[in-house]
Design a protein around this ligand. Structure first.
Ligand SMILES: [Mn+2]
Length: 346
């Protein structure tokens, strides 16, 4: 029988969480495939907090993270599963509990999926994505009306007291919040996001420097790929207030594609006043990946979940298809009429 737990309140979460962290333990913190700033920032900060509480903690991600995050405090200690699966499997098997950060569905665990399915230890979720399957978790802090998982981790740390914040933790959390909100441009649901950031900025060495380290790190190829994507590849569908950019494997290799190089490309079309949805379609490792963004109430989560084996948030979601680029674009065009009303009604 499957037990469906309802969403936990914060009080219930902390009661259960306190039991988990009560005695010195070996913990693993795990984040999602294709880790982004929030995945790395929240995982590092959370593991650093657990270490301060006297636990032995390792951070694992399914595959490598982009270079622009490599400077983050503690990043060099992260285990990348597909570089050393045996070591990661031993770490997981020796763990007393597993913390799952910034994702809530096993399909986002990449190559770790098999190990996870056979791992009988307590799992604790800290995440801000929709539709969490609570039956998998001993306890969960699963809230969608927050900017990022990093914001939730900041709340946990501040719950125990500001003395646990140091410059490394503050820096990691700021990277997570800044990247998941597009530098405070979206996904802000309440003023507390800013009061939390004010506390983090007090502790972090320099906010300006953090911003530069994250954003002013393009290679020439990456900037030229962005220019090419917008100039040559952006298809505007006025009748759906939608823009589509597609990049084939060949096009990516023409710009010497490195992990993370298409990060943010999907946001640019939405800077046009008339656009409600933007879709980036890329072909990598034999899979077609979709990245969806929207403005206002139009939910790309619903669309990604219904047609593209994915999901995420109302205004940002992802998905994948195992097919050719042509077939993927054909499917996208085919389903758009279903959403026409929602897309053009403000
Ligand atoms: Mn996130």
């Amino acid at each position: 029988m499957q037990i469906i737990m309802s969403i936990m309140t914060r009080d219930q979460f902390f009661t259960s969480f306190n039991e988990v962290i009560h005695t010195p333990s070996r913990f693993t913190v795990l984040s999602h495939v294709n880790p982004d700033g929030d995945a790395i920032g929240s995982s590092l900060a959370f593991s650093q907090m657990l270490q301060k509480l006297g636990h032995a903690v390792e951070v694992i991600v399914p595959n490598d993270f982009p270079d622009f995050l490599a400077w983050m405090p503690g990043a060099s200690s992260i285990h990348v599963y597909d570089k050393d699966p045996d070591q990661c499997d031993s770490i997981l098997k020796a763990s007393d509990a597993l913390f799952v950060l910034d994702f809530n569905h096993i399909s986002r665990s990449g190559a770790i999926r098999n190990t996870l399915e056979n791992l009988n230890i307590d799992k604790i979720l800290i995440d801000h994505h929709r539709d969490a399957d609570m039956s998998q978790f001993r306890c969960a802090l699963s809230e969608t009306e927050v900017s990022s998982t990093s914001e939730l981790v900041a709340e946990i740390i501040l719950h125990y007291g500001e003395q646990y914040l140091d410059d490394a933790i503050a820096t990691n959390l700021l990277v997570g919040i800044v990247t998941d909100t597009g530098s405070f441009a979206h996904s802000i649901f309440h003023p507390e996001t800013f009061s939390i950031c004010a506390k983090l900025i007090e502790k972090a060495p320099s906010y300006n420097q953090i911003h530069q380290l994250v954003y002013d790190t393009f290679s020439e190829n990456r900037l030229r790929l962005l220019g090419y994507s917008i100039s040559n590849k952006m298809e505007i569908l006025d009748e759906y207030a939608t823009a589509i950019i597609s990049l084939s494997k060949e096009e990516l290799s023409q710009f010497d594609y490195q992990v993370g190089d298409t990060e943010g490309v999907v946001n640019y079309p939405l800077s046009m006043k008339k656009m409600r949805m933007s879709v980036l379609v890329t072909e990598r490792q034999g899979v077609i990946r979709f990245s969806f963004r929207s403005k206002g109430s139009f939910s790309v989560h619903e669309l990604a979940q219904k047609y593209f084996n994915g999901g995420g948030h109302t205004n940002a979601a992802g998905g994948t298809l195992n097919c050719s680029m042509d077939a993927a674009l054909e499917k996208l065009h085919r389903i758009l009429p279903e959403y026409k009303e929602l897309l053009i009604n403000k």
